[in-house]
Design a protein around this ligand. Structure first.
Ligand code: LLP
Length: 430
């Protein structure tokens, strides 16, 4: 593992200047630890890249499906970011801390009437339209509320982003958005322009997630600019906003060759400037929706090892006190992570083991064939880059409680999401 991490004089892993073993003792395990400086620097890098490469004519909207809780919306708000929400619940959480509604993009391929009404009543800045039925419903709800619905249209640019098929969304066979090649995209743009109580704000696309290449983003920007020119030609209407989605990759293991985040904006900005001039259309206001790349590398999950089962000539199972209920990404996508014994951080990782969760399910693993030191009962096992799509995808499977989230910075820790209790588990049972 080439990953760089900090240790103290006890040979323990430190996170945000704090001994990880002490964090585990104080808050219990499993524990989600988030290094706040990593989040802040990613947010600032993205924001600065819009200023530097696109004259500040854009907005970074943190894709909160990656990690949603009150504190992350407070931080995004303070840093001048917008946010992308994908459910009434995420919208509610953002608004509950005073997130400016005009900086919120509301997504979803099947928003309910009550979610649409909630978004319209709250003054959400952009609602991303995903299907024709939604347009009808939105227009009626907007009329009843006496408001105009600000609509962006989700387009499938048809770009293959070379990523895991479960997280690929820009190609024609996707439940999200309208396809260009069948003509449905142009049809819906015309319909939006003609629909009462609806304002055509612009176009949205998102080509996938955990992408480590610039080219798919550049291609997508080209395709979208060409389509904006066609829209102008056919309808006479200029497109104000262009949302290029998220999907920028992070480092999970040595296999990931991640690109510095500003490089995406630089490449895309160049293409957009070129295309705008060539096509005679105005420069759009750009939105980008990074999720994973803002919070992913900030997160480390700490577990306590409870059992080490060596099956000769088969494998060694190292069981931890978490699993698919706090991190379902291995069982869902076969995602790879770096593991480390936090209390033996400087010892060589000479063994190849299977790290198993505690759920009543054989597939509940966190990694197979992973290098680890000499694991013993009571050791603290750290899993890196768990800040995105771990807490937000956690569940109460087997009635396990969802672990707390602790933010660490400059040697101080604070709880931002409390540990669930057994009472929480039965709260809604009747
Ligand atoms: N915008 C839209 C419309 C999206 O659908 C997504 C992610 C994003 C932005 C943020 O993408 P990011 O920058 O985080 O890659 N649960 C999966 C990832 C699902 C991504 C869904 N959409 C995982 O754990 O890998």
């Amino acid at each position: 593992m080439n990953r760089k991490f900090e240790t103290n004089n006890k040979g323990h892993l430190t996170l945000g200047g704090i001994d990880a073993v002490d964090l585990a003792k104080e808050y219990g395990t499993p524990l989600y630890v988030m290094e706040e400086d990593t989040i802040l620097s990613a947010m600032r890098e993205y924001k600065a890249s819009i200023d530097r490469f696109y004259d500040g004519n854009g907005l970074i909207c943190f894709a909160s499906k990656a990690f949603s809780c009150k504190e992350i919306y407070r931080i995004a708000m303070r840093e001048g970011l917008g946010t992308d929400v994908v459910s009434g619940g995420e919208l509610y959480t953002a608004l509950s801390v005073g997130f400016p509604a005009d900086k919120i993009c509301f997504h979803g391929n099947n928003k309910s009437d009550s979610e649409l009404e909630f978004a319209l009543k709250s003054g959400v800045g952009r609602i991303v339209l995903d299907n024709a039925e939604e347009l009808e419903r939105m227009s009626k709800i907007a009329e009843r509320l006496g408001v105009k619905a600000p609509v962006m249209i989700r387009i499938k640019p048809g770009v293959d982003a070379h990523t895991h098929s479960f997280v690929m969304t820009g190609q024609i066979d996707s439940k999200f958005g309208f396809a260009l090649e069948t003509g449905e995209a142009m049809d819906i743009v015309k319909k939006v322009i003609d629909t009462p109580n609806v304002i055509y704000k612009g176009l949205h696309c998102h080509i996938g997630s955990q992408i480590h290449e610039l080219l798919p983003f550049v291609e997508t920007a080209k395709i979208m600019m060409n389509f904006m020119a066609e829209v102008k030609k056919e309808t006479g209407v200029e497109t104000n906003d262009l949302n290029l989605g998220g999907g920028f990759g992070i480092t999970y293991t040595d296999e990931d060759k991640r690109i510095e985040y500003p490089a995406y904006m630089e490449a895309v900005s160049e293409t957009i400037h070129e295309r705008a001039e060539e096509l005679g259309i105005k420069l759009p206001f750009i939105l980008m929706e990074p999720g994973r790349s803002i919070v992913g590398e900030a997160g480390t999950t700490l577990y306590t090892i409870g059992a080490v089962k060596n099956i000769p000539n088969v494998r060694t199972y190292v069981s931890v006190d978490g699993g698919m209920f706090d991190n379902p990404r291995y069982i869902l996508y076969g995602s790879k992570y770096d593991f480390l014994l936090a209390n033996k951080a400087n010892e060589p990782a000479e063994n190849k083991v299977t790290v198993a969760g505690k759920c009543c399910e054989s597939g509940d693993l966190l990694g197979e064939n992973v290098p680890l030191g000499n694991a013993e009962c009571g050791d603290i096992c750290a899993v890196f880059s768990t800040g995105a799509y771990n807490f937000s995808m956690s569940s109460n499977y087997n009635r396990n409680v969802i672990p707390p989230v602790v933010f660490v910075k400059d040697g101080k820790a604070r709880v931002v999401v409390k540990k669930q209790t057994y009472e929480d588990l039965v709260r809604n049972d009747v």
